[in-house]
Design a protein around this ligand. Sequence first.
Ligand SMILES: Nc1ncnc2c1ncn2[C@@H]1O[C@H](COP(=O)(O)OP(=O)(O)OP(=O)(O)O)[C@@H](O)[C@H]1O
Length: 216
Amino acid sequence: MAALNKLAIRGIRSFDDKQISVIEFFTPVTVIVGHNGSGKTTIIECLKYATTGDQPPNTRGGAFVHDPKMANEKEVKAQVKLRFVSASGTRMLAVRNLSVTAKKTSGLTMKTLEGILALADGNAEKGSKRGVISTKCAELDTEIPQLLGVSKAVLENVIFCHQEDSYWPLAEPSTLKKKFDDIFEATSSAGTPKLSTPSRLYERSVLPISRPKKNI
Ligand SMILES: Nc1ncnc2c1ncn2[C@@H]1O[C@H](COP(=O)(O)OP(=O)(O)OP(=O)(O)O)[C@@H](O)[C@H]1O
């Protein structure tokens, strides 16, 4: 069974870029406790980012990275590192890198830098190429969910669902249908419906279906 072992965060939200904070996950459960604003959500955001490559909602302009103004720097380099065990029992390492630069006028410029997906025992962190599977972010985005044995949609909408997105089950029918289709993989990559899946059954049982009236 897949498992998360350790998460290292540097330069994300309130986690500054001067030190690395390490969170270890224990079996069967790890409880994250802290005051408001202490960084509990940030830990989940980092897990989602490490596994899917998706940054939290409303952070497009670089708000996910520690604010350079607070760091008193022009540029902040951020890193999220996750050690995990794949569904087949292999110890893996995923590293994602970001940087944010304060613009001369105002605002931020964010860059996504090369990542690493590697075997945890291959010394990729020390620069060794042994055991490195990919350094391309797009490949990490598809490979990591596969290694965990969970679809990207389930990681995004269920396991690491952001608190700002957690009301999606109450969304309007078309949004809800799309979410269920993604989660149950009801559409092929070409967008055509696959076999009858739970989402299709859900759609049939919940959405009003207009039937032509019969002439008697
Ligand atoms: N870009 C940023 N740079 C620096 N600090 C930031 C940045 N973005 C958010 N923060 C700070 O990081 C913290 C975010 O904390 P987070 O939401 O993870 O806390 P939490 O423990 O989940 O809080 P709550 O219990 O209220 O949900 C806040 O204190 C916020 O001010």
